[in-house]
Design a protein around this ligand. Structure first.
Ligand code: HEC
Length: 122
């Protein structure tokens, strides 16, 4: 009887430790998966400056999923974005997206992000 109770406590303790470990690891894993994918400067900057809203689950992706078919709510999956449109939206904002200043995203950084998202379409 006492044995079972002790095992119960051990098990509970064990799973509490496991979930603590998981909670500690999750942000690290999330960050790693965000940064590991970056293989161009534009992509790296997109992850740094835009992904907090535009990754899956972000506010931008959430709102865009109301207007675009599944998958197309993620800007990196779009094939119909021009660099000019991306730059326009970033500097002037659009509906719920706030404009981003040159202090937040410099002109060269925006050019790299726009080239990445437009896949070369000016
Ligand atoms: C604070 C959150 C936030 C950040 C940061 C942000 N966006 Fe947005 N973005 C949004 C939201 C929200 C929308 C949807 C606006 C709407 O229509 O309501 C949006 C829409 C867009 C659109 C329009 C897509 C379309 O087809 O209508 C583009 C392009 C865009 N964002 C590019 C960017 C880029 C590039 C960056 C980084 C430099 C960026 N955004 C950073 C929130 C953000």
């Amino acid at each position: 009887m006492r044995d079972t109770a002790a095992r119960g406590i051990l098990l509970r303790g064990g799973s509490a430790r496991a979930s603590w470990l998981l909670a500690a690891l999750l942000p690290v894993l999330a960050l790693a998966s965000l940064t590991a994918r970056a293989d161009s400067e534009g992509e790296r900057l997109y992850v740094e400056k835009c992904a907090m809203c535009h990754r899956a689950g972000g506010m931008g992706a959430g709102l865009l999923s109301r207007r675009y078919p599944k998958g197309q709510e993620l800007l990196e999956n779009r094939t119909n974005l021009s660099a000019a449109f991306v730059s326009q939206v970033v500097r002037h904002g659009l509906n719920n997206m706030p404009p981003l200043s040159r202090a937040e995203v410099s002109d060269p950084q925006l050019a790299a992000i726009a080239a990445y998202l437009s896949k070369g379409t000016p």
